[in-house]
Design a protein around this ligand. Structure first.
Ligand code: C2O
Ligand code: CU
Ligand code: CU
Length: 487
């Protein structure tokens, strides 16, 4: 299967060196000196108004970043030159944002993993024109999770994210506080991205390399090249975000040490799971807790996989534990009591077919077409079959659980609350999707492949959430629909 895939790839792709096949084996194993201190994005402090609403200001801007000593790289960032600050809020908080676009061209800002009204979601219908400010607001109404934000304009998401527009958005609740929660000390974000750089240190922006999109040979973690981190406590929670355009990683440690998986994309697991490796495809997140002995040195790395998007291996971050480690309290055996939604026996089943030409069910994304109409507060089964290259699948505003992959239970590290799932080439994945209470018959939410080239090419569909029996309020064509314009 694998060699067949590679064969097709090589015969159809012209830029041979970048196909991700064995001809282009990329690795930095044993080559990293680990000379730079890992950047930890700052927490963005809100201003709190008289109603208790937390206001955050985000500005998308152009800048230059020194990834390599003495070389300035042109980048984009949010409130800075590359990536954005970490937003951290509590479940139940009312939040409001001023998102200002100073990058000189239109963009959007989407809250990936957030349960919110469709009008606040920041998808392709919520363009922020150059020089203007978008002001979404909502109430945080979901369990603790590591989510993120990034642009989502139709056709150019890959480039905008690649240039550096992305950041982490952490939701905290009572349960999540029983895990290490001291940000930057024992609770560390790791945003992993692969890049291609030219000799002069600038980003090579070939984000449209087929079949998967750009796969770089240089790794940045939180925007730091060749990073190391000194830890001072015996247990560290890492929040992993695969913020790459196309690449997937099998994360683990070079000394084979195990770690505890405590959360998938959309929330805590019932109980920690001990693992030595786990895979994240683009857009996916995980929280892990790693134990250290005084003086430990280990390299957090990725291992070779067998799919098209995970064939290379990289050293990502060197971690050094200080000689005097503060004892962190043990992590609880039960992490959350959050009820799993039962799948009703008469659950609505929808099928989605992902094809080689970046279409879903034979259709390319059309901003004017609503593809699916979903009822509020229901659980549905979505059955996704991949008949093309590797893809994954992400749904806005909703969390899901994987029921099976080709009729079998998913890997042990993919059994919690999720919002993005890897769909290996040739496989069928069934997920139970829990839709919430926010309805809007004329403002669509997205589902799509999170390989950003595929998303840009049109591997995306639109759904609306409505009260049962209000289907006739769904417009036939969104064009000329006022609800659709940004406010
Ligand atoms: Cu991370 Cu529709 O996006
Ligand atoms: Cu999303
Ligand atoms: Cu895809």
């Amino acid at each position: 299967m694998k060699s067949l895939k590679c064969f097709i790839l090589l015969s159809t792709v012209t830029i041979m060196g970048l196909t991700g096949c064995n001809t282009d084996y990329t690795s930095n194993i044993g080559k990293q000196p680990f000379t730079n201190i890992l950047n930890i994005p700052e927490i963005l402090e809100p201003t709190i108004d008289e109603n208790g609403v937390k206001h955050f200001a985000l500005t998308m801007q152009e800048g230059t970043t020194e990834f390599f000593k003495g070389k300035q790289t042109k980048t984009w960032g949010i409130n800075g030159s590359y990536l954005g600050p970490t937003i951290r809020v509590e479940r139940g908080d009312q939040v409001a944002f001023d998102v200002t676009n100073n990058i000189g061209e239109p963009s959007t800002l989407h809250w990936h993993g957030m349960h919110l009204p469709a009008e606040m979601d920041g998808g392709p219908h919520q363009m922020i024109e150059a020089g203007s400010t978008w002001e979404p607001y909502w109430t945080i109404n979901q369990p603790a999770a590591t989510t993120w934000y990034h642009p989502h304009l139709h056709g150019k998401t890959a480039l905008h994210v690649y240039r550096g527009l992305a950041g982490m958005f952490i939701i905290v609740d009572e349960e999540s506080k029983s895990l290490p929660s001291n940000y930057g000390v024992n609770d560390i974000p790791l945003i992993i991205q692969d890049k291609l750089f030219s000799e002069d240190g600038n980003l090579i922006e070939k984000t449209d390399i087929e079949p998967f999109g750009l796969m770089g040979n240089t790794i940045l973690v939180n925007g730091t090249y060749d990073p190391y981190l000194e830890v001072k406590e015996s247990q560290i929670r890492f929040r992993l975000l695969n913020g790459s355009n196309a690449r997937a990683y099998h994360f683990g440690f070079d000394d084979g040490r195990t770690f505890q998986l405590v959360a998938n994309d959309a929330g805590l697991l019932d109980s920690p799971i001990e693992l030595d490796q786990m895979m994240l495809s683009p857009g996916e997140r995980a929280e892990i807790v790693v134990s250290f002995e005084p003086g430990d040195e280990t390299i957090f790395r990725s291992f070779k996989g067998e799919n098209g998007i995970d064939q290379n291996e990289f050293e990502l971050l060197k971690i050094v534990a200080s000689d005097n480690l503060k004892e962190t309290k043990e992590i609880p055996k039960i992490l959350t009591k959050e009820q799993k939604s039962e799948v009703p026996t008469n659950a609505k089943v929808r099928t989605f077919e992902l094809t080689m030409d970046s279409k879903i069910n034979g259709k390319a994304m059309d901003m004017n077409r609503i593809d699916e109409v979903v009822h509020a507060n229901t659980t549905e089964i979505w059955e996704i079959t991949n008949r093309g290259w590797d893809h994954n699948f992400h749904i806005h505003d909703a969390a899901f659980r994987i029921l099976d992959i080709n009729g079998e239970l998913p890997p042990i590290y993919e059994r919690g609350r999720k919002d993005t799932v890897f769909i290996p080439s040739g496989s069928t994945v069934r997920i139970a999707v829990q839709f919430g209470e926010n309805t809007n018959p004329s403002f669509p939410l997205m589902y799509h492949c999170h390989l950003l080239l595929h998303e840009d090419e049109g591997m995306m569909g639109q759904f609306v959430i409505v009260e049962p029996r209000t289907e006739d309020e769904v417009p036939k064509n969104l064009h000329n629909n006022e609800h659709n314009q940004h406010h």
